[in-house]
Design a protein around this ligand. Structure first.
Ligand code: SAM
Length: 299
């Protein structure tokens, strides 16, 4: 089967979520976190549909960004977007993080945003990033912790479970079962999610020195600039939740998590919850933290 990350995480959901994370006022700060300065030749690994590369390219101008991903659809979309929006200094390429098609020491920096922690073999990808960067160049790997169910948000999650719309109890029960089943059986394309501390250790072992850590956060809330109104945000999140259910439900490896009537019930409950949230949106928010681990090619 051909590799297709876009089948489990759509272009639209990546574009929307990253627009919130890479807010304009953060972009210059992130360049520093990633160890980038003007004039550098930068490699971005796992660039998806080009959600970060344009900001990197603007920041390292007159340097350049080579952005690679294994998903052809993402690369095609990113190229079209660069053309449409007139981005310069970026080259997009279909390539595998495990076997980068570049000579040793070709780049001044290699970076990745949520592109390493999702791999089966993160060490191999980090080894490749180290290989293609010159000694003394920068290596940065960023990972994200997100979601109402993320480790940071257990307290808020518990409050969310106090929701009192009809069917709330079944909704959370089905969602718990769904998440539990998804966690047991990786999606096969990239899972499992490696915790940042494991990635940090791999970077050190693979020859990255002077490691430092930085982080920035965001709250995807009712006043979020990504949504014109609170109502639009509630509807958008509901649509994303339904899309996930539709994708999981149609996948042969997942569809038996629930019986048909339970899938139908989950869809009904998601829709019912969205209607309830319109008047009771107290806990419908999501927060995230992006952690950047960066250092120097020390081989
Ligand atoms: C969570 S997405 C992040 C995409 C992008 N960095 C962003 O934040 O919008 C993970 C990305 O890694 C890519 N990927 C997964 N395995 C890969 C591999 N072996 N080589 C290159 N890219 C890969 C996927 O296609 C996907 O675009």
């Amino acid at each position: 089967m051909e590799f297709s990350w876009s089948a489990i995480q759509s272009i639209q959901s990546l574009e929307t979520s990253r627009a919130g994370r890479f807010q304009p006022e953060w972009r210059p700060i992130l360049l520093g976190y990633f160890g980038l300065t003007p004039g550098m030749r930068v490699l971005e690994v796992g660039c998806g549909p080009g959600t970060l590369a344009p900001y990197l390219a603007a920041g390292v101008n007159p340097g350049t960004v080579t952005a690679v991903d294994l998903d052809k659809e993402f690369i095609q979309y990113a190229e079209d977007k660069a053309h449409r929006e007139g981005h310069t200094g970026i080259r997009y390429l279909v390539a595998n993080a495990y076997h980068l098609p570049f000579a040793d020491g070709l780049f001044d920096a290699a970076v990745s945003y949520t592109g390493i922690g999702i791999l089966q073999q993160p060490r191999q990808a980090i080894r490749e990033m180290v290989r293609v960067v010159r000694p003394g160049g920068s290596i940065a790997v960023a990972e994200a912790v997100t979601g109402q169910t993320g480790i940071l948000f257990k307290g808020v999650d518990a409050l969310g479970r106090q929701e009192s719309y009809p069917g709330a109890h079944q909704y959370w029960e089905l969602k718990d079962r769904l998440h539990h089943a998804l966690a047991q059986k990786p999606l096969g394309l990239g899972d499992p999610d490696w915790p940042p501390e494991a990635i940090w250790g791999l970077m050190a072992e693979e020859g990255v020195i002077n490691l430092r850590i930085n982080a920035w956060g965001y709250v995807d809330a009712d006043d979020d600039s990504r949504h014109p109104s609170r109502m639009a945000r509630i509807r958008d999140n509901g649509a994303r939740e339904l899309e996930l259910v539709r994708l999981v439900r149609s996948d042969p490896q997942w569809k038996n998590i629930f019986q048909v009537k339970e899938w139908d019930e989950l869809v009904r409950l998601i829709e019912a919850r969205q209607n309830w949230l319109v008047d009771h949106a107290a806990f419908d928010w999501e927060a995230g933290l992006s952690i950047v681990m960066a250092g120097t090619q020390g081989l």
